[in-house]
Design a protein around this ligand. Structure first.
Ligand code: RBF
Length: 327
């Protein structure tokens, strides 16, 4: 009798087992953009990476822009989770892990893949962070070499411009210290003029700030201000000054004006992580860090626009420092 009950039990369980494994098949991914995609390389490449990893696989991908009001993001992400339609929510921002962690309590079946953030220990959340100190150090080192150079737009003052959207912990604790130390290692006398746009989109304001900073002696710029960076680029172009592009290859945005591109390989990393998710090998619960050593942070030297527009002496010094950082 017992045997019959056990056998019956196994047969009744089989369809359930079969169904649940079928349900695990990935059908749908939501990309939550904390801001808007256009103008921010970090978001543009996130979207490209997901699309590349899922193409021809029958996976549906939907992008939802959260807009610039950070206070609205938790509610918007919660709405996405509440639909129960998405096997995975992909996002990228230092403030996203905490938001996902909270939502995870209410929706324990929702999985999250978050780049540019750090949180370990939640079995539904995987995060990937970049060692951005190195990225910013390379930008600082180049800015130092440019402001000291005899390039046509460089002046006698040892002064560089830093334009930021606003202060946030990764910027203050990682990116700015990296940038400062890069400058210092070229010449400790170089000073930084820092100005705040106040948001991630106002290119007009960023351009006005750049104009004032140029009048006050800055000849090379770094901008961490998303879509507002376009205003810095165009003002530098009009005034014959220089800018170092952050996060992606920006040489072609203003040839001769963009003198460096210090990048994170966000598209490649997103691609790799989404592929791992689809193959059930993404280690949820973990927080991983990617660096120059493993190729996810780099300084673009092989672009013809860099080769043509930057003096040999600077290129040679950059080559040495990049090799040293990669080691
Ligand atoms: N970076 C962007 O390029 N565009 C953005 O809209 C943007 N929004 C952000 C919002 C918050 C609340 C925080 C903390 C960071 C944001 N960043 C944005 C910065 C981004 O995380 C990263 O630090 C920079 O892109 C430099 O790699």
């Amino acid at each position: 009798m017992k045997k019959i009950i056990i056998i019956l039990g196994i047969f009744t369980l089989l369809p359930i087992y079969g169904k649940s494994s079928e349900e695990k098949t990935v059908k749908s991914i939501a990309i939550f953009i904390p801001g808007v995609t256009a103008g921010s390389p970090i978001y543009e490449e996130l979207e490209e990476g997901v699309k590349l990893a899922t193409q021809d696989l029958g996976v549906s991908v939907k992008t939802i822009e959260g807009g610039f009001n950070t206070a609205e993001w938790p509610e918007k992400v919660k709405e996405i989770a509440a639909t129960g339609m998405y096997n995975l929510i992909v996002s990228s921002n230092p403030s996203m892990p905490e938001i996902a962690n909270e939502i995870s309590k209410e929706f324990p079946n929702q999985k999250f893949l978050i780049l540019d953030g750090n949180l370990s220990g939640n079995p539904n959340i995987y995060t990937a962070e970049y060692k951005q100190y190195d990225q910013a150090y390379m930008a600082g080192y180049l800015a130092g070499l440019v402001t000291l150079s005899n390039m046509s737009g460089a002046n006698i003052q040892k002064k560089v411009g830093l334009i930021i959207a606003y202060n946030y912990p990764v910027l203050d604790e990682v990116i700015i210290p990296g940038f400062k130390n890069g400058l210092k290692d070229v010449d400790p006398e170089i000073t930084i003029d820092t100005r705040v746009v106040g948001n991630w989109w106002d290119a007009t304001k960023a351009s006005e700030l750049t104009s004032i900073m140029i009048q006050e002696g800055s000849d090379v710029f770094l901008s961490i201000s998303g879509g507002a960076t376009q205003g810095v680029i165009s003002k530098c172009q009009d005034s014959g000054k220089y800018i170092i592009h952050f996060d992606s290859n920006g040489y072609s945005k203003a040839p001769g004006t963009v003198v460096g591109s210090t990048i994170i390989r966000q598209k490649e990393l997103t691609y790799k992580l989404v592929k791992m998710y689809l193959e059930n090998t993404l280690p949820f619960g973990k927080a991983e860090v990617f660096s120059a050593k493993d190729g996810y942070i780099d300084f673009i030297q092989d672009d013809p626009l860099y080769q043509e527009n930057v003096p040999e002496e600077i290129k040679s010094k950059m080559k040495t420092i990049v090799e040293k950082i990669k080691e």
